[in-house]
Design a protein around this ligand. Structure first.
Ligand SMILES: Nc1ncnc2c1ncn2[C@@H]1O[C@H](COP(=O)(O)OP(=O)(O)OP(=O)(O)O)[C@@H](O)[C@H]1O
Length: 677
């Protein structure tokens, strides 16, 4: 069946897609169960608590204050302009009403019409001037807030993303933290909306205050009547906002999953499987099925909103009726002159229109507040779990990293990934980590890089004199600055070839000579220079100047990036998995010469031919160091794991000896190498 056929069938909606639990077949099949937020996870101070009026009353001024402070820090002149223009508009609105009152009083007075019109002329002029003034102030306010809003959004986004990227890797692995951090993303543009809405609310409030003063001066009973009109609409708006927020919270995982289904459809790396394996049909039908569930939710929300609007509208209508009855009674009983009655009608009409706008804006402010609060909560949590920004400096000339009795369990995992691991990594040596899939090699490199802090045991950064600092107290920024990392799933940045290498030292200005040296070291220089746009080629198809690299070329670029960093400790996880045999040999030779130059190279690989010349090999098995030694020592163990793996691999080639001969590493004194910090 064609994809469109699948979608059409799915969209017909007659097919049974959800069982009695409300789980769609797609959810069950692709995600193993329900993708709806179980709100029982919500803790006392969680998102649902934020829906209470008390919380809102306390949070609103705090958040508006935060947005205004951010505005003041980013562009004080624009903020001052916005505030001044709003105040000005309030004053012009009050003047306008006073002038209307004066005009009407003159027109309803006794005497010839020409006299009455002449008397009203000064007030009419004031009215015209206030109208022009209001228009000018409104234009000024638009210009100033248009200048301020993007700056406020950028400032809040930057604060959020800076906080999130400082979180300990271990903390990001915890679902409860991940969720809060993820939810914070939705609120970054809320700061901008909140600023716009706060300005709007201030504008309406000032105008209303002016109208209220005028109304109260006409007759005090008219004021509570205005409130009676406003309250039902306010109630309705807040009710709808709360309902929408709870729904969004409940469906967040579901929506994210739908978005990811669609994203696969356009990702170049999935294009092959989408066509050949017909994965596209599965994705499209699942998308249609899951979207239908969200559409059902949208229909439910729309029905509920229509009902709430109806009730609120009816109550507000009754209140308006009561207001005009009171006005009629005031006029009939002579407590209010007829001319003043006209002003009262205008004031009531403009005030109710303003009230409706106020309620809509406060309601949207409330919605944005909920999302901005999520962002603030994410920033707070990220700060709580941030990598410490200070610590004990590493000893001078660090020449080794010692892992002592380290255990590590990933959050949520039932068993540790590392169990009592001890080893040393020295500068001037190649240390190989080998072992079966899932034995803990990658986890160990993350521990060595200072990315994961062990649950038990310690990692020491030490020098020849024996001075050492443990990872828990160490200045982590300094630890990171001594490490170059090529992860198994290293990022492929959608940037130029030059940027993809230079980002290996994102904390330093780009040095093109060193970028070229790094590319030369991995045999990529000629290739990049021969591209139509050379170093400015974007190594991602789809952009202007975009090019497509092969898997192996990407791997070389990734290696060049870790070399460009120039750090004394280099951790490479499967650096040659995509390379052709000659490129692989060249890559390993490159690593060995780095060790000869005084770097510590930690090599994770399944290519045991390459580990034969490593200075020390650690064999991991189910999170433990099962064997350690040189190739010869390990091969001498008749039933050893390493001996078994090596022999099995060599047998594939009909060999019993290493397939490649690599230069042996020297062990120069650390003093002659580039200094460790
Ligand atoms: N982020 C994570 N969260 C939970 N468990 C994890 C995580 N990463 C790895 N693990 C688990 O830790 C164990 C060790 O994984 P690790 O990636 O360190 O193995 P590895 O030796 O590098 O495997 P491979 O050779 O396949 O790359 C595995 O059981 C894996 O399931």
């Amino acid at each position: 069946m064609t994809s469109t056929g699948v979608v059409r069938d799915a969209l017909k909606g007659e097919r049974k897609t959800a069982d009695t639990d409300g789980i769609s077949n797609a959810e069950r099949e692709l995600y193993g169960g329900r993708l709806r937020y179980d709100q029982s996870f919500v803790r006392h101070e969680g998102p649902l608590t934020r829906l209470s009026f008390g919380y809102m009353a306390a949070a609103l001024p705090r958040m508006v204050g935060m947005v205004l402070r951010t505005g003041w820090t980013t562009d004080p002149r624009a903020l001052a302009g916005v505030v001044a223009s709003q105040l000005g508009q309030g004053v012009t609105a009050a003047w306008g009403l006073v002038a209307v009152n004066s005009v009407l009083t003159r027109l309803f007075a006794n005497g010839p019409t020409s006299d009455k019109l002449r008397d009203a002329l000064p007030s009419l002029s004031v009215l015209a001037v206030t109208a022009v003034g209001a228009a000018l102030l409104s234009a000024w306010s638009t210009a100033m807030s248009g200048r301020l809003e993007p700056q406020v959004e950028r400032a809040v986004s930057a604060r959020y993303y800076a906080a999130v990227t400082r979180v300990e890797v271990e903390a990001t692995e915890r679902p409860e933290i991940q969720r809060v951090l993820e939810a914070g993303k939705f609120g970054t543009d809320s700061a901008r909306s909140m600023l716009r809405l706060s300005v709007g609310v201030a504008n309406v409030l000032i105008g209303m205050a002016a109208a209220a003063v005028v109304l109260a001066s006409l007759h005090w009973t008219l004021l509570p009547m205005l409130l009676a009109i406003a309250l039902p609409k306010g109630w309705g708006a807040v009710r709808c906002a709360r309902r929408d927020y709870v729904s969004r919270l409940h469906w967040v995982d579901h929506r994210r999953a739908i978005a990811s289904l669609l994203a696969y459809l356009t990702r170049p790396h999935a294009a092959g499987e989408i066509r050949v394996h017909a994965a596209g049909e599965k994705l499209l039908s699942s998308y249609a099925e899951m979207s239908r569930q969200t559409e059902t939710e949208q229909r439910r929300l729309a029905r509920a909103q229509a009902f709430t609007d109806l009730v609120a509208g009816a109550l507000a209508g009754l209140a308006s009726l009561a207001c005009y009855v009171v006005l009629w009674w005031l006029l009939v009983s002579g407590m209010l002159p007829l001319a003043v009655g006209g002003t009262a009608v205008i004031a009531i009409r403009t005030s109710t229109a303003r009230l409706t706008s106020l309620i809509q804006q406060v309601n949207r402010l409330y919605e944005e507040l909920l999302f901005l609060t999520d962002t603030e909560a994410a920033i707070e949590l990220a700060t709580e779990h941030a990598i410490p920004s200070a610590g004990t400096p590493l000893p001078s000339c660090v020449d080794r990293v010692r892992v002592e009795n380290v255990s590590f369990t990933y959050p949520g995992a039932t068993s540790p990934s590392l169990k009592g691991v001890s080893l040393s990594v020295r500068r001037g040596e190649v240390t190989a980590l080998v072992g079966a899939n899932g034995s803990g090699k990658t986890t160990l490199t993350k521990v060595l890089a200072g990315l994961l802090v062990p649950s038990e045991g310690n990692v020491w950064w030490q020098n020849e004199k024996g001075e050492r600092v443990g990872i828990r107290e160490a200045d982590r920024a300094q630890v990171f600055s001594t490490v170059g990392l090529l992860a198994q799933d290293f990022p492929r940045w959608e940037m130029t070839a030059a940027a993809n290498i230079a980002i290996g030292a994102g904390d330093r200005p780009r040095d093109m000579d060193r970028v070229e040296d790094a590319a030369q070291a991995v045999n990529m220089l000629t290739l990049v220079e021969s591209l139509p746009h050379g170093w400015d080629s974007i190594v991602f198809k789809g952009y202007e100047r975009g090019v497509q690299l092969s898997g192996g070329q990407w791997q070389k670029l990734g290696t060049a990036r870790s070399l460009y960093r120039g750090a004394p400790f280099l951790l490479v996880d499967e650096p040659t998995s995509a390379l052709d045999p000659h490129a692989e040999i060249a890559a390993f030779e490159g690593l060995w010469s780095l060790a000869q130059e005084g770097h510590a190279v930690v090599l994770v690989t399944h290519r045991l031919a390459a580990t034969a010349n490593a200075d020390r090999i650690y064999v991991l098995d189910q999170g433990r160091v099962a064997e350690e030694g040189t190739h010869d020592q390990l091969m001498a163990r008749p039933d050893g794991l390493y001996q078994g793996m090596f022999t099995a691999q060599a047998a594939q080639f009909g060999l019993t000896a290493p397939a490649v001969q690599l230069p042996p590493a020297r062990h120069p004194s650390p003093a002659v190498h580039e200094d460790a910090p």
